[in-house]
Design a protein. Structure first.
Length: 310
């Protein structure tokens, strides 16, 4: 029997309670893993760098007509025939909202994966919380906690998650304000139209979203053959295939078409879309999303942490 797929129907109360208790018991280990990953990345961490108000030098760049003359660095300009502006690094505290999909489909783990999709999603969120809080950013989880600052941000968020009641499949957007960054970590297996519909309100708020798709390798390759029973982990609905291998080509085409459609949509909005397989390193996605968050708002890009995009 294979549990694969996604749905919007709720699981039973007893199952949800059991899953919540299991997640709470795993959070301490996930926090340790997230810190290990963050420490591996931290050597290259220089804040979410962009020009703005601050005291630290960032770069020299050519002067553009219309900019204040007072910003010209005359000493640097005297070295050649060009006029240069001295940019400082932006140091104002920024708000980053973090959210991971905790629906039942995220529990899926095939034999070729090292962790479940839910475990990988929580590790990435906690690792981002560790990096962002160390750099002084404000982090929050929609519906769980307002944005806060502190170098122990990952630990605080982990404690909140461990004691939180079961979360709905989708976050509330009410507290998310203009100019924030929002990181969504999910398998994004719902129909593209549904995913776009619930994210559409953010497109009018001036926020920048970063979608991280967590994929089990079996979900991409569809390695099943012979008589196979597929069960929806959220509705318990079943589909029995007499010869599963005959579905493989159509399945793969639909699976990748969904991903491409979402990634193209994010690109048009100036958002980022990153894919991280559970048989790949979590740090790959962490680095790529950090790079996307550090860039000035503009045309989006698609980062393929598993090699699918990029």
């Amino acid at each position: 029997m294979v549990s694969i797929g996604n749905a919007t129907e709720p699981v039973t109360t007893s199952n949800a309670l059991a899953r919540g208790r299991l997640r709470a018991s795993l959070v301490p280990d996930l926090l340790v893993e997230s810190r290990r990953i963050a420490n591996n990345v931290i050597a290259g961490w220089h804040g979410r760098r962009k020009r703005g108000i601050g005291e630290n030098f960032w770069q020299f760049r050519p002067y553009v007509e219309g900019e204040p003359v007072s910003r010209i660095d005359w000493r640097r300009s005297a070295r050649d025939d060009h006029t240069y502006i001295k940019d400082q690094e932006w140091e104002a505290t920024h708000t980053v909202w973090l959210w991971a999909d905790l629906s039942a489909s995220m529990l899926f783990k095939s034999g070729t994966a090292s962790v479940s999709k839910e475990s990988r999603a929580l590790v990435l969120v906690l690792a981002l919380a560790e990096l962002l809080s160390r750099s002084g950013e404000r982090i929050g989880w929609p519906g769980l906690t307002d944005p806060f600052t502190g170098r122990n941000g990952a630990e605080r968020l982990a404690a909140i998650l461990a004691h939180a009641e079961r979360q709905t499949a989708r976050p509330e957007f009410g507290p998310i304000k203009r100019y924030s960054d929002v990181v969504f970590v999910s398998d994004f297996l719902d129909p593209v139209e549904e995913t776009r519909a619930w994210l559409d309100p953010l497109t009018e708020r001036g926020v920048r979203a970063h979608l991280i798709e967590i994929a089990d390798p079996a979900e991409e390759s569809f390695p099943y053959s012979g008589r196979t029973e597929f069960r929806d982990p959220e509705t318990a609905q079943k589909l029995t295939a007499g010869r599963a291998e005959t579905l493989a080509d159509d399945y793969r085409n639909l699976y990748l078409a969904r991903r491409t459609a979402l990634a193209d949509w994010c690109k048009r909005l100036g958002w980022s879309y990153t894919v991280n397989r559970t048989d790949a390193l979590a740090s790959e996605a962490l680095v790529r999303v950090h790079q996307q968050m550090g860039e000035d708002a503009g045309p989006g890009s698609i980062a393929g942490a598993s090699g699918v995009f990029g």
